[in-house]
Design a protein around this ligand. Structure first.
Ligand code: PMP
Ligand code: GLN
Length: 396
């Protein structure tokens, strides 16, 4: 016997593609992680904390120094006024923070608005909590909703909206007017927003990340979720932040205490140090990634690929039909990893219904040599596909 919510799921596309990349020795532009080791100062602090203390259970809600550092960071970077002790909980990654939010707040039958394409952990946990997902599909190239489409999604049963901004996999940093519209509807319908903002520090050029919690009427009805893994390019660390008004935080902490109870204290100590001492990092890291984005985009364009804009996140998308590829995204990704040695993510895997099958997501947070090899191999995959007019590979 097994719970069908989980037992009927495929393995996540990120694990599937990284598994194939490992097995085949492919260049991995699939799962989102940098291929450099991350800031040395933080890693040294974590090592020091492992050797000299911080190895027993920390307080359930997180080390006070980290909760304070998170509140101070969001004060400096986003103008928020979070109280460290009543409004910040430390979790084992944003994945746990999301699960805690869904399990703590959703009651059976509650409708939860989610935008497709979506991060893959949302729907199973919403369903486990008894929530009823209401999907709003976004489409390339702009991936925006309209007032009409959004108004249609709200019903008297709507209790939550889940927003991922900046958005994985689209690379969109949501414009202020769209956020204002979403906030207006949340207030009008008395709805709570669960905001997955793990990419908040990874924003390029002129784009600016604005937290929904800062919009009129949203301070008491928003759960804001962050991830040190994304802030510092240390994706395996799994240190997340749950921020919300005290009444919400009370419930969130009750769920967190039975999901993981705590998070590795040595890593918490290092992240606290990092937030207080990394002002240059937060300026330099997005610039370096923007350079990588441009190198990847320029290289792909030179090879004849149609590249979609990316204003943030680790991701850049290509449009297959506009790039001369006559294959659906999943078939192309399997072909590319098997025949040309490059892994990528088919965006259709992040839709539950009516998938967009023309877009492939590439990870840009890589060294130049990795990006260059990836570009060359993607071009080879495209040329092989065109030459052979390859038949579609059946989906798994
Ligand atoms: N949400 C989104 C949109 C993500 O892209 C990711 C990971 N890339 C997560 C949540 C999970 O973050 P964490 O690794 O901190 O659990
Ligand atoms: N968020 C990462 C990505 O989008 C993957 C995280 C995971 O594999 N769970 O690539």
């Amino acid at each position: 016997m097994a719970n069908p919510i989980f037992s009927n799921l495929p393995m996540t596309i990120f694990e599937e593609m990284s598994g194939l990349a490992r097995e085949l020795g492919a260049v991995n532009l699939g799962q989102g992680f940098p291929d450099d080791p991350g800031p040395e100062g933080l890693r040294a602090k974590a090592a020091e904390a492992v050797l000299n203390g911080y190895n027993q259970y920390p307080p359930m809600a997180g080390l006070p120094e980290l909760r304070q550092a998170v509140a101070a960071h969001y004060g400096r970077s986003q103008g928020l006024d979070l109280d460290a002790m009543t409004e910040v909980t430390i979790t084992s990654g944003a994945t746990e923070a999301l699960a805690a939010a869904f399990l703590a707040l959703i009651e059976p039958g509650d409708e939860v608005i989610v935008f497709q394409p979506l991060y893959d952990s949302y729907l199973p946990i919403i369903r486990l909590a008894g929530g009823v997902p209401k999907l709003v599909s976004l489409a390339p190239p702009a991936w925006r909703f309209t007032r009409e489409r959004l108004e249609q999604a709200f019903t008297p049963k709507t209790r939550f909206v889940v927003l991922n901004n900046p958005m994985n996999p689209t690379g969109v940093v949501m414009p202020e007017e769209d956020l204002a519209l979403l906030a207006e509807l949340c207030v009008a319908h008395d709805v709570i927003a669960i905001c997955d903002e793990v990419w908040e520090q990874v924003v390029f050029g002129g784009a600016k990340h604005r937290p929904l919690i800062g919009f009129p009427g949203m301070r008491g009805r928003t759960v804001k979720i962050g991830s040190a893994g994304k802030m510092f390019g240390l994706t395996g660390w799994k240190v997340g932040f749950l921020c919300a008004a005290p009444a919400l935080t009370h419930s969130l902490a009750r769920a967190h205490q039975f999901l993981t109870f705590t998070t590795a204290p040595n890593l918490q100590a290092a992240v606290a140090w990092g937030l207080e001492n990394s002002h240059d990092w937060f300026r330099d890291m997005p610039r370096a990634l923007e350079r990588s984005r441009d190198r990847l985009a320029d290289g792909l364009r030179r090879e004849g690929f149609a590249v979609l804009p990316s204003e943030g996140t680790y991701f850049l998308n290509i449009d297959l039909p506009a790039s001369g590829v006559d294959m659906a995204d999943r078939a192309f990704c399997l072909h590319a990893v098997n025949e040309a040695g490059v892994a990528a993510i088919p965006v259709s895997a992040l839709y539950e219904e009516d998938p967009v099958t023309s877009i492939v997501r590439l990870c840009l947070s890589k060294r130049d040599a990795t990006l260059d090899a990836g570009i060359e191999r993607l071009a080879r995959a495209r040329d092989l596909a065109v030459r052979r007019r390859a038949p579609d590979i059946a989906p798994a």
